[in-house]
Each structure stands twice: as C-alpha cells, then as structure tokens.
Design a protein around this ligand. Structure first.
Ligand code: HEM
Length: 484
C-alpha cells in the first residue's frame, strides 16, 4: 500500500541494478519520434512479474519513473509496452483497435466467473451484446433508476440521523450497499438483493482472486483443493446462484413483464437462454459494482478533506434544487457537481489499469514500433497523476475540468469501441448519492491520508470512518465547520 505521485518522471530512463536498459528509437521516423527504453530484466522477467503481483500500480509507476514514458519490458516470457502518453493512448484505443485484441489469457482467468460472456468477447457477438446493454442503460431508462436510488439514499441517511445525531459512517460499507442495490435494480429490476452480505463478500473476494491469477505464471486447476481454490469456488457459486435465481424469477413472468431493464433486454436478445443470460449479467455486476462503490467511497473521502469544496457544492445544490432531491435531468444543471465527480475519478480512477491488449500484427503506434504478439498496457492512473498533463496532479481541484483535458489524458472509463458501457449509469449514481448526502449532512474531516490498495480495482488501503453532521447543526454549532 503506497502513495504514488510523479513530478518530472517523464525525464530520461534511469539505469537499474537488476535490469539492462537500451535506448531505442523508431526507425524511419522524423527527429521527433519518441525514444523508448528496452528493459531486459534479469531472471527472465520474473522479478517484474513478482512486483506486478505484489502491487500492480506500484509496478506501473516505478517502471515509468525508472525508464521514462515508453518502456518495453519483459514480463515472464511476454514483452509488454507501457503506453503512457495521451497521443499513444489515443492512437491505441481509437485508431488501432483493429490491430489488437484483449489479452486472451487474462480473459480466460475472468471467464471462470463469466463463462463465455459475449460482452467480453471479440467480434460481432460482442458488438451486438454491447449494443443491447447500451440501449438498456440509455438515459431515458436510467431516469426511473435515479428516482429509486434517491429514495433509497434519502431513507438510508435519514435512518442514520434518526439513531445518532452525528453518525460515524463506515464509508465503504455505506457505498457498497447503496451501489449494490442500485446495480441490481438497474440491471435486473429487483428491489432488494437477497443476502447482501455474502454477495458483496463474494464479489470483493473475486476481485482479489482475479488479480492474483492474472499475475501468476500458472495457476492450479480449480478442482485442486487449495485454500484459494476453495474461496474461488465458493465466491463463484454465490454470485452465479444469486444471479440465476433472479433470472429464473424474471423469466417466469415472461412476456407480460413491463420492465425495461438490462435483464429484460438480455432475455429478449438471447432468446431466453438462461445460461447465456446469467453470463452477461454476472459480467455486468463484476464490471460495474465494485468500481462504482469504490469511486463513491473516494468521493466522500475527498470531500472530508476539502471543506471549501463541500460548501461550494452545497451552495450549488441549494441554488438549483432549493431543497428538493435531484433527478437525472438536474445533473446537467449542476456543473460543479459534475466537475467534482470527474475530479474524483481523475484522482482515483478505480479502473486504474485497462485490460492488456495484444498486437495481432506489426504496427506503428504514434512512433513506437509494435511487433506482433507484444502486449500493450495502459494505466489511466499514470496520466491522471502526471504533472505533465494535469497541473498539481495530486490536488483535488474540480475546477480544472472547466477546460477539456487533452484527448487521451483522462480516461476513467477507457475509450473507443471497448470503453465502459456503464459509464453513464455509474456517473449518475455517484452524482445523485453525493447530492442527496450533501443536501443533508456535512461530511466530517478525514485527517489521515488513506493509501491506495491496487487490486483488480483501486480500493482504499484502510477502512475510512467519517462523521456525518446534520447540515444546519454543523454550520451553527461546530466551530471547525463554521464557514470561512
Ligand atoms: C465508476 C465506475 C466504473 C468505472 C471506473 C469503469 C471503468 C471501466 C473501464 C476503464 C472500462 C474499459 C476497460 C478496457 O478498455 O480495458 C470498462 C469496461 C466495461 N465496463 Fe465499466 N466502469 C464503471 C462502471 C460500470 C458499470 C456500472 C457497468 C455496468 C452496468 C460497467 C460495465 C462495463 C463493461 C461490460 C465493460 C466491458 C466493455 C467491453 O469490453 O466492450 N462498468 N469499465
């Protein structure tokens, strides 16, 4: 668990004791072609693999710090480029998609949960599944979802305030429950999730196990009774059984079901094939639940460290909403809130690392000579926290989003044809929950800096408790909150 920040680390590569470094330059290009560092790690790249397994984000950050912006590394028996500059990121995600595919061994690890999910596959099947899910998550459909979310969030905050005048909130717990209820409602139209506790636990365990297996040279088959396999089997079983139960209930209602959520779209599109429908829904839950819940946790953490930001958000909410809860259309009238959510996702891009891509063929990536079979890794955290693309990158400054960031420098939801399909839903959820909470309470200060813990998503490295003071009482009675 570490804090990471870069100041001038796009400078020349440094030499390192356990690696040989050679400076390469793309041939046949102009003088402005980028230099790149070919890093030959000793021990066949195993030390890189071990570092990545221990802490993937620390690995990306230190590779960039040591070897500059364009390192080519060996990771086990693979060669991997760290793609770190906006022009290269843009070129990879927007113009060279046809030259790469997602790294299949990584998808195979994940397929233990999703089986042969079309959403995560390649080709025409994936495109068609994406279209269906995107249509079901369109703005008009999310509006109903936003209403339920705000009722639930208001009820949760009121009930906390009813039992305690200034409750001490376990932020992760609060955000997970709000998000799980919302994700299951948006995707499957269910009001309550059965057995929330074990389900949440199973999703978080899965994320832990996925990152361990993604960074292993080899994993033992699941039938071998190791403690990790035991946990994995149990987590997969809980998630899949939970989803299957809901799918069965919904399929039993049949054509008379008036709901227009993702599950009804999938039932129609996949012609009632229960196994395939479950695969897609499990994919959406694993892809959507944890990053949204965690982004919301980071949002309250950052608010607790910036009283001015809270006051200015509350002023905006008062001006625009005059005390009523927000609906989906209101979000367009709340620019400070929108900029704040962007800033949370810039500082803590919960998807801190995109799926590695693998080159199908040799091609030129904005000056880098990519060879067939090589891997390309993008970490949004690296650009988001770089002084080169964002002034004072470690500071929470929502107003920086008054100006559009440079293309390819800000990508919390990825970009291009494989960008996040849930970004609108996730953004709506984070903004609505923040608005409802800030209309009622002032999040108390969080004095300690919380480190990040990079697992499959970017989690807080310590649990965060935050006192929530009812707004009026906070302003009137508590000296440390007196405005100005
Ligand atoms: C703050 C919350 C979220 C963040 C930060 C996030 C981030 C991302 C990112 C960066 C990608 C692209 C990965 C890549 O290019 O390798 C992605 C893909 C995806 N996301 Fe999200 N996501 C969030 C919420 C959601 C939600 C709520 C859902 C579902 C309702 C969802 C479903 C998906 C799916 C299915 C993909 C794969 C798309 C494809 O491969 O075509 N995400 N997400």
């Amino acid at each position: 668990m570490t804090y990471y920040s870069f100041k001038d680390s796009w400078a020349k590569p440094l030499r390192c004791a356990n690696a040989e470094v050679e400076i390469g330059e793309a041939s046949g290009h102009s003088a402005s072609s980028p230099e790149f560092a070919i890093v030959r790690s000793k021990f066949g790249g195993l030390s890189h693999l071990a570092h990545m397994r221990r802490d993937p984000l620390d690995f990306f950050c230190s590779m960039r710090d040591h070897y500059g912006e364009n390192p080519r590394l060996n990771i086990g028996h693979h060669r991997m480029w760290l793609v770190t500059t906006p022009p290269q990121i843009n070129a990879l995600l927007m113009r060279n998609e046809c030259n790469v595919e997602r790294f299949q061994p990584a998808l195979r690890v994940m397929s233990q949960w999703f089986h042969d999910s079309a959403l995560l596959g390649e080709g025409a099947r994936a495109k068609s599944s994406r279209r269906q899910a995107l249509a079901a998550l369109a703005k008009d459909r999310l509006s109903e979802n936003a209403k339920i979310l705000r009722e639930r969030t208001m009820a949760a905050v009121e009930s906390m305030l009813a039992t305690d005048t200034a409750p001490s909130v376990d932020l992760e717990h609060f955000c997970r429950i709000q998000t799980l209820q919302n994700v299951t409602h948006a995707l499957m139209g269910v009001e309550e999730t059965l057995n929330q506790g074990p389900f949440v636990e199973a999703v978080y365990q899965s994320s832990e196990i996925i990152v361990q297996e993604l960074t292993s040279l080899a994993t033992l088959p699941t039938i071998i009774p190791t403690p990790r396999n035991f946990r994995k089997r149990r987590a997969i079983k809980i998630i899949r059984e939970h989803v299957a139960r809901i799918v069965e209930l919904r399929m039993a209602i049949g054509a008379n079901d008036p709901r227009q959520d993702v599950l009804s779209a999938m039932i129609f599109h996949l012609k009632g094939d229960k196994r395939k429908i479950c695969n897609e829904i499990v994919t959406l839950i694993i892809a959507g639940f944890e990053p949204t819940a965690t982004a919301l946790t980071w949002a309250f953490y950052l608010m607790g460290r910036d009283r001015e930001a809270v006051i200015s958000l509350q002023d905006e909410l008062d001006d625009v909403l005059a005390g009523r809860p927000p609906d989906l259309d209101d979000l367009e009238k709340l620019p400070r809130l929108r900029r704040s959510v962007h800033e949370v996702l810039r500082l803590y891009p919960t998807a801190y690392s995109l799926f590695p891509r693998q080159a199908w063929c040799d091609f030129d990536l904005a000056g880098l000579p990519i060879k067939r079979g090589e891997l390309l890794q993008i970490s949004p955290y690296l650009t988001h926290r770089s002084e080169r693309w964002f002034h004072n990158p470690d500071q929470f400054v929502p107003d920086r989003f008054r100006v559009e960031p440079i293309a390819g420098s800000y990508l919390p939801f990825g970009a291009g044809s494989r960008g996040c399909i849930g970004q609108r839903a996730a953004f709506m959820e984070i903004a609505v929950v923040i608005a409802i909470v800030l209309q009622r309470v002032v999040p108390g200060p969080v004095e300690e800096e919380v480190p990040v813990n990079a697992r499959f998503f970017l989690r807080p490295g310590a649990s965060i408790r935050q006192q929530w003071f009812p707004r009026e009482a906070a302003r009137a009675e508590t000296p440390r909150f007196a405005a100005g």
